[in-house]
Ligand binder design. Structure first.
Ligand SMILES: C[S@@+](CC[C@H](N)C(=O)[O-])C[C@H]1O[C@@H](n2cnc3c(N)ncnc32)[C@H](O)[C@@H]1O
Length: 269
């Protein structure tokens, strides 16, 4: 079975080529495996889940329906996070809240390693299934300085870490319930708990972001930064909330398409 056969079944040509190349590299895959994969794709499952892995920065991450598929916009956040650490004079302690596949935290740790900088990561998720995927990805990339904590945001973190964290990164759920219906139905294959957040402070999908902004302040070392991804309508609410909480040097960062997607705030020294 080749590309033309999959196209004849209805698979788009570039995806058919992708599937054929992917399964050609798997010693255990035969024609029926390829056909089953094509059928999953034709039924609407995202290609990333069908092939079971996806690139994120320099990493090849295992992904499946237990975790959100890492997005290109989130890759841009890694540069912002690394920029916030650039003045650090010690191996940083990083907390990745809502780690999912581990994308953000593991990529930051991996790129610090490429620069000869050590560092430790605490990868947090309330989903133990997601933590299993993140743990496997850390192992796959020989990233050993990682601990995995099942927690709702900071709730289960060791209190001795308060005021000792050098960077908090988070890509939390930030889609409002009311917005889900208008979005691409393919999102229905991803965990709802990774996407949807209740409204808060009169802002759609803002509850998790507002909890993180409120709580991160206590865990950051003075002078350390919080970097969050957010929905396009959240920048002003984040500006108000971070300023009221006492953060300084607050700034929004647009993604490559010019949309407001990342927010940075620093605990004062
Ligand atoms: C948008 S996904 C981000 C996944 C990954 N960081 C990425 O960028 O691809 C949000 C993640 O937050 C987790 N999450 C949702 N609510 C949470 C909570 N209260 N505490 C901890 N993690 C939570 C979800 O399980 C999901 O893995």
């Amino acid at each position: 079975m080749g590309v033309a056969d999959l196209v004849a079944l209805g698979v788009e040509r570039h995806e058919a080529r992708w599937l054929v190349e992917e399964f050609a590299t798997r010693p255990d895959a035969d024609q029926s495996t390829l056909l089953a994969a094509a059928r999953r794709r034709l039924a609407g499952e995202p290609l990333q889940y069908v092939i079971g892995h996806w690139p994120f920065r320099a990493l090849d991450l295992d992904v499946d329906p237990r975790v959100l598929i890492p997005r290109p916009e989130t890759e841009e956040m890694v540069d912002v996070a690394l920029g916030e650490l650039s003045g650090a004079d010690r191996a940083p302690l990083i907390v990745d809240l809502g780690c999912g596949s581990g994308a953000l935290g593991l990529a930051i740790l991996d790129e610090l390693r490429s620069r000869g900088v050590g560092g430790a990561l605490i990868a947090v998720d309330e989903s133990t299934a997601a933590l299993d995927v993140a743990r496997a990805n850390a192992r796959k990339h020989a990233l050993t300085a990682v601990s995995f904590v099942a927690s709702s945001w900071f709730d289960a973190l060791d209190h001795s870490l308060r005021s000792r964290v050098d960077l908090v990164v988070a890509n939390p759920p930030y889609v409002g319930d009311s917005e889900m219906a208008d979005l691409d139905p393919v999102l229905g294959h991803e965990p709802r708990g990774a996407l949807v957040s209740p409204d808060a402070r009169g802002v759609v999908g803002f509850e998790d972001l507002s909890i993180i902004v409120d709580e991160a302040f206590e865990w950051l070392r003075p002078g350390a930064s919080l970097v969050v991804e957010h929905g396009v309508g959240h920048r002003e609410a984040l500006r108000g909330l971070t300023s009221a909480r006492g953060y300084v040097d607050v700034r929004g960062v647009d993604d490559l398409s010019g949309r407001p997607r990342v927010f940075v705030a620093r605990r004062p020294t």
